[in-house]
Design a protein around this ligand. Structure first.
Ligand SMILES: Nc1nc2c(ncn2[C@@H]2O[C@H](COP(=O)(O)OP(=O)(O)OP(=O)(O)O)[C@@H](O)[C@H]2O)c(=O)[nH]1
Ligand SMILES: [Mg+2]
Length: 300
């Protein structure tokens, strides 16, 4: 039997629904999703192996103009992902299509996109009248050279089967890159970290989610069914630490409880979770700190 295998990069502005689309195509909640922007910070591989094909999806951080070192890291994650792409899915919010933005993205990433097959996905169609889609599609056909234009709702799984079929038609023949049980390139520790960050995104507001770095510093099986996890939450200022901890530690306890419940489901084991809050002034601009933490969170 001939096998097919290829890399598909999901690329677009913050909040367009990249991670939601990844989860929906995988039928599995791998990448964290949140209504706040800049949820995803690292590229995350989600591997779909079915029948005679293997599609390696790569979810990426939202495209932005970097203003601090952490965002430089996020942009470098986008660029590295594009290099290996067989197909690029450029996803936009269908109700808020900004043609100037699309032009700019194509310009900014020109050298990485020039020889690639590209699909533009118009996402969140559940939020709009279908009649309003036609003029958008027409303009995209007239002004851009995408190989395909596909409207979907990643959240409601509308037209995602159709999208999957189209994606598959662009996957070249070739051997599988990973064995068929592998779901991702990231270790368990990375997802534990992401679960804690997801709960922080839900619980805290304003600049806090953007000023937080989570690092799982200990991950030890104490017995067959108990795992000890120690995680450091680094913020940029004392005042943020006070908010994270809350009155008599109430917020931190709640964060710990919510994270632990989810981590236990993910690992299918009992977990003892300990959270430590640290302040590292202006860490988002500290290249060395970011590099060290990202290596620690993404061991290879
Ligand atoms: N109504 C609707 N909401 C959606 C759809 N897809 C995603 N969303 C919502 O849009 C928000 C952002 O989704 P994400 O998947 O986190 O977006 P992202 O592009 O990965 O965002 P970043 O990682 O921050 O760049 C979340 O609240 C999702 O539930 C959709 O098809 N319909
Ligand atoms: Mg995301």
């Amino acid at each position: 039997m001939n096998t097919r295998s290829g890399f598909v990069v999901i690329f677009g502005k913050p909040n367009a629904g990249k991670s939601t689309l990844l989860n929906s195509l995988l039928n599995y909640n791998l990448s964290i999703v949140n209504r706040k922007v800049q949820t995803t910070r690292d590229r995350i591989m989600g591997i779909l192996t079915e029948d005679n094909y293997q599609i390696i999806f790569i979810d990426t951080p939202g495209i932005l103009e970097p203003k601090y070192e952490l965002q430089n890291y996020m942009v470098s994650e986008i660029r590295t992902s594009l290099v290996e792409a067989d197909l690029v899915i450029h996803i936009v919010d269908a109700a808020k299509v900004n043609f100037e933005d699309i032009k700019k993205v194509n310009e900014d990433y020109k050298e990485l996109l020039s020889d690639k097959k590209k699909i533009i996905v118009l996402n969140k169609i559940d939020l709009m009248k279908k009649d309003n889609l036609l003029p958008v599609i027409q303009k995209l056909i007239n002004e851009f050279n995408y190989n395909e234009i596909i409207p979907v709702s990643a959240l409601k799984k509308e037209n995602t089967d159709e999208l999957k079929k189209v994606i598959l038609s662009y996957i070249p023949e070739g051997h599988f890159f990973y064995d068929s049980e592998t779901l991702t390139d990231k270790p368990e520790k990375f997802f534990v970290n992401e679960i804690i960050r997801e709960k922080i995104l839900d619980m805290y507001h304003e600049e806090i989610p953007y000023s937080v770095m989570v690092d799982v510093t200990e991950f030890k099986e104490r017995s067959n069914d108990l795992t000890y996890i120690g995680a450091e939450i680094t913020v940029e200022r004392e005042t943020q630490k006070i908010i994270i901890i809350g009155n008599k530690g109430a917020n931190l306890r709640k964060l710990g409880e919510r994270s632990r419940n989810e981590i236990e489901k993910f690992l299918n084991k009992k977990v003892y979770l300990e959270l430590f809050v640290k302040v590292r002034k202006d860490w988002r601009n500290n290249k060395k700190f970011i590099k060290d933490k990202m290596i620690s969170n993404n061991p290879s």
